[in-house]
Ligand binder design. Sequence first.
Ligand code: PEP
Ligand code: MG
Length: 594
Amino acid sequence: MTQRIFHGIPVSSGIIIGRAYSLDYKSLTLEPRPVPSDRVDDEIERFKSAVELSKKQLSTIRSQVKDDVDERHAAIFDSHLLILEDPLIIDETIARIRKDSLNGEYVFNAAVEKIASMFATIKDDYLSARKLDLYDVANRVINNLLQLESSKLSRLEEEVIVVAHELGPSDTAHMLKEKVTGFVTDVGGPTSHTAIMAKALEIPAVVGLDNITKYVHTGDTLIVDGSKGVVIHSPTIDVVKEYRGAQQQLYEQERALLSLRHLPAETLDSHIIGLHANIELAEEVDHVLRHGAEGIGLFRTEFIYLDKERMPTEEEQFTVYKRVVEKMNPHPVVFRTLDLGGDKFLSSIPISQELNPFLGLRAIRLCLEYPDMFRQQLRAMLRASVFGSAKIMFPLVSGIKEVRAAKRILEEVKQELADQGIPFDKNIQIGIMIEIPSAAVIADLLAREVDFFSIGTNDLIQYTLAVDRVNEKVAYLYDPLHPAILRLIQEIVDASHRHSIWVSLCGEMAADPAIATILLGLGLDELSMGAVAIPEVKKTIRGIRLADAKELLNQIMTQSSMQDVRELVNQRVSEMSRPTESAPISDSASGKST
Ligand code: PEP
Ligand code: MG
């Protein structure tokens, strides 16, 4: 096989050389297979058993949701169970297996597709959502017929590099426990949650490769260079040798950087900025401490929910939160309340299919719509707060009304705990994420409501520039150095300081050492990023002066084009830093493909 080189968007650095594992869900084509006439009854029995097993699984999920959440959420599974009673699907499948003597999965799939195509002709949100339910149930039955597990990633036996058209955050959540050493996908953007997860797990990853799934098959050799966005299929021996050398070099650089672990991020003119870590799973805490984080600036708690079929109970959440707070103590942990929706979904929450999920029922909007679920999470967080230092933060706030509604619920939950004699930190700090332009513009008003801000630039950039953060086709427009973004950040920082509250920035741009220099100049009190990025950012900050960062910022603010800003920053940051510590802006933070 000849060597082929692919270029995509680098989302998680590191080099990995290994075997590919093609996770092409679409390749599960169900072929018609004739069944001998004396086996037709057995085939019908096989189909009926798969339907019965599916019903049993759905009933179990239903009762778990009823116990752990409430009856309203459990009721979603009634509609799933009803699909398995539908004569148009079930009786039709049985009749056709008998009439045409064909295999159950093929005939069942055809019956499902027939119904789905009827839904497709009617433009109605409710029916679109039913179509999703239909496919969900159909997948379950087909998996049971073929005796497949629902997640292929839970069946890996050796270390692999996953090759997929697309991966959902819950697929990535599985990777922690499985043997995935890297992944590459056809689609995806630099700040998709899948990409963020890869970084957190230190799995080299490249996305937006267009059609790599067409060329790479399970077992093929791949090199993934997650820093440059390069994937090499069937590399020559010389290329493998070259990359092994580069791997070793990276390893040594990393070791040198980790030696800064116990030092503060202090500039040459004695200004200190806090460097904290973003995490998705409790398992990351050791890794966070190893990289010298001074706290957790963003705990994306929704990932605890994403790898489960049902909602975790208050007790399950409390156990996880307590573990994180205890292990991080005395360093603070900022718990962000559920940010589901957008590109993160959960089968047990009935979010109907939306045309623009990133503008829809997401994050704090979803929590306010489902207050019982919200209360349960707040209870777990408050209970964990006595085991160290915890703070609570609400995501995707668009205006005052939402903050007040969320705070009101929090106060009720606190009162409930107090009445029950359950301890919690009564002075727990409350913050909000500033990640919608409307919130940025009224930051001065919002600052009166809370103890701190955290600027979520991953979303702020997407909403300000109208660039979908997970769409590789517009990734070239996704630029953290756009003058509009820099001005918004400046206004947010100034508003928060005028009202004496502290402000952090937890979007991916903080992880780029050169951009971190600009953020230092902008006056942020804290930066929060994937833990792997902390040593490099710390090294850059320790090599510059705050005064120089401010001067660079003044120059940048007068530039009108992103290109000019980028060139100026690259040139000035490498001049400012000590010769060995230059850190040019990488394309990974900007979302540009190589
Ligand atoms: C952000 O939007 O910048 C952020 C940190 O939140 P998330 O990436 O989880 O949306
Ligand atoms: Mg966000």
